[in-house]
Write a protein that binds this ligand. Structure first.
Ligand SMILES: *Cc1c(COP(=O)(O)O)cnc(C)c1O
Length: 355
């Protein structure tokens, strides 16, 4: 087996990306704040709406202020942060930087987040699927033989996993990190709801680790489309080469900075969601049609019922929308319920009582 010190970034980046001369924007070439700006062909007369936030001007392409704030919160250096238009952009750019279309492959462990497969298909990257075991753990013995495949460039692990809600075994993840010559992505979209420490704490140990987080879930800012990737500075440099120059718009940067002044609201929301989850779980166990509720370290419950299609249609008729996962591998007759407010959960339970 290879050990992690054989990881060499230059060897796994696509050649065209390694040699790429990135686009240099007006805001790259002159970074001063003051002056008469006649360099970016903006409309100097103003924008369609109020001008207090300079909507007529291009935003900071490097999101300097926002990264400094995130660095403080995550206790990490700004050079280890990439910001994307949602995590979905951070996922897609990994494919474009590391995986050669029609040649390379990516490994995922279904059932898991659907975007990894969609991104693979968009980029013409072969998908290697090693399903989770029936208790939703990594099937490490089946994963290991794939790691020596030189065309395998990316492994996506989601922990806590969507839609199953569980944390993946840490020792298994570490084994993969140590024995793989490519990039291991750990998607921590739901980590805020769990009791586990973040894999960002292990970035110094693993030069091939990318940790994804998002402002869309616990932070309550899904509308702004802001995702984060944390990794070794070399990987972040690659991200910065391939990203669209102004991928994070100015209003997103401004509103996130403003929002992060209230970051205690996030911690309170997480506490509320976790306690609502416990209450909901407790009540759901009383229904005869509920066959199993999977342990969840996320902000949703995966629930196996007698007939999920029937239950889903019934709930829709009551204008309560859950996610039917019946056709997902290992999730037969399962519905995924996002934890709502106390009121919303009560309405759900009330509806379920007359099902
Ligand atoms: C919701 C979710 C995301 C978030 O994606 P954004 O593009 O940042 O909104 C990422 N990964 C997983 C597993 C998710 O469930």
């Amino acid at each position: 087996m290879i050990s992690s010190n054989t990881f060499q970034l230059q060897k796994i980046v696509r050649k065209n990306i390694l040699n790429l001369k990135p686009y240099s924007s007006a805001r790259d070439e002159y970074q001063g704040k003051n002056g008469i700006f006649l360099d970016a062909n903006e409309n100097s007369f103003g924008s369609l709406i109020h001008n207090e936030h300079q909507l007529n001007r291009y935003p900071d392409p490097h999101q300097k202020l926002l990264k400094e704030k995130i660095a403080e919160i995550e206790q990490i250096n700004t050079e280890n942060i990439f910001l994307g238009n949602g995590s979905d952009e951070a996922i897609d750019l990994l494919f474009r930087a590391f995986a050669e279309p029609s040649l390379d492959s990516v490994l995922i462990c279904p059932p898991t987040y659907g975007m990894y497969e969609v991104s693979a298909n968009i980029n013409a990257i072969q998908l290697i699927e090693v399903p989770l075991t029936t208790d939703f753990e990594l099937d490490i013995d089946k994963i290991l033989p794939h790691l020596t495949n030189q065309n395998l460039k990316l492994v996506f692990l989601c922990s806590p996993n969507n839609p199953t809600g569980n944390i993946l075994n840490k020792n298994h993840i570490e084994t993969i990190l140590k024995n793989f010559h490519g990039i291991v992505v750990i998607d921590e979209a739901y980590q805020d709801f769990s009791k586990e420490i973040s894999w960002t704490k292990k970035l110094n140990d693993f030069p091939n680790l990318v940790v994804l987080k998002t402002f869309s879930k616990a932070w309550g800012m899904a509308n702004l489309r802001l995702g984060m990737a944390f990794a070794d500075a070399e990987i972040i440099n690659i991200y910065n080469k391939v990203k669209p120059p102004y991928n994070i718009n100015g209003e997103t940067q401004r509103l996130m900075l403003e929002g992060l002044e209230n970051k205690s609201r996030k911690y309170r929301a997480v506490d509320d969601i976790v306690s609502e989850k416990a209450k909901l779980l407790n009540r759901l166990t009383n229904f005869a049609f509920v066959k199993k509720i999977y342990p969840s370290q996320a902000n949703f419950l995966l629930v196996k019922v007698e007939n999920s299609n029937q239950l889903y249609d019934y709930l829709v008729s009551k204008q309560i929308i859950v996610r039917n996962r019946h056709t997902t591998l290992l999730c037969e007759n399962c519905i995924r319920i996002t934890i709502g407010t106390n009121m919303e959960n009560m309405m759900l339970l009330k509806a379920l009582e007359s099902f």
